[in-house]
Design a protein around this ligand. Structure first.
Ligand code: ATP
Length: 237
């Protein structure tokens, strides 16, 4: 498989605070890759660095063979990378349609086309166009958050930050199904999760990050079946 995303030796800071240390990882086209680790390990920061929201101070990030680490977040999106932030930051007081409209760019016609494409992909959102996002279930809100990320230029790589957070186990399964389906449709996925079992159940390969350093890389099932590693790295007994 060809490499789609390549993160090579990045160091990232928040002000003076050094958070990522020489982080390298890669995602091949068509893969689901999980990035797991404990609270505060640097998972979100890694995604923020890829999106250039908190740019890496050192190292390179390539998408499709081209360096992107110095781009603006908007230009990263133009390269086919979409990001679903933690906590499903949908606007609860706005309708589904309004949430999606905020994510669309360009002229009126363009925006409508972008949104209609997303409704085709998510008929449940189509049915709920006029519902206020805040009145939807957690799973539906997560669907909306994913849909919103997909509005706009075609998404080749989807970065998902803790999509299972705060969801009941059955709903986590529904979200996992959405991720699987998108992947089957050709979207490559980099999935950040505290819920290691969910992420590793979905992923082809996995990286573990600990206090800003990648400490483990393996096929996802290998990590899932390695009880000692699961306990050491992730506190899963
Ligand atoms: P969590 O699952 O808790 O979000 P995480 O693995 O995603 O954890 P990060 O959010 O990337 O971890 O945080 C990594 C480190 O960077 C933590 O020590 C955190 O306190 C720190 N950090 C995160 N955001 C900021 C910020 N805006 N300013 C300063 N430090 C930050």
């Amino acid at each position: 498989m060809s490499e789609l995303l390549s993160v090579d030796g990045i160091d990232t800071y928040y002000g003076e605070s050094h958070v990522l240390f020489d982080v390298s990882l890669s995602v091949d086209a068509g893969e689901v890759v999980a990035l797991v680790g404990r609270n505060g390990a640097g998972k979100t920061t890694t995604l923020r660095s890829v999106m250039c929201l908190t740019p890496a101070a050192e190292g390179t990030i390539e998408m499709d063979g081209e360096e992107i680490q110095d781009l603006d977040p908007h230009d990263v999106r133009q390269r086919g990378i979409s990001w679903v932030p933690e906590e499903r930051r949908v606007f609860g007081g706005l309708t589904v349609a309004e949430n999606l409209r905020l994510a669309a760019r360009g002229g009126e016609e363009d925006r409508t086309t972008q949104i209609e494409r997303v409704y085709e992909r998510f008929p449940r959102l189509d049915e709920r166009r006029d519902q206020h996002a805040g009145t939807m279930s957690g799973g539906e809100q997560q669907m909306l958050a994913i849909a919103r990320a997909l509005v706009g230029p075609e998404t080749d790589l989807l970065l998902l930050d803790e999509p299972s957070e705060g969801l009941a186990p059955q709903i986590v399964e529904d979200v996992a199904d959405i991720i699987r389906e998108l992947n089957d449709e050709g979207v490559t996925v980099l999935l950040v999760e505290q819920n290691a079992e969910m992420a590793l159940g979905l992923a082809d390969r996995a990286y573990v990050i600990e206090t800003g350093e990648v400490v483990h890389e393996s096929p996802a099932t290998e990590l899932l079946n390695d009880r000692e590693a699961m306990e050491t790295y992730l506190g899963v007994k």
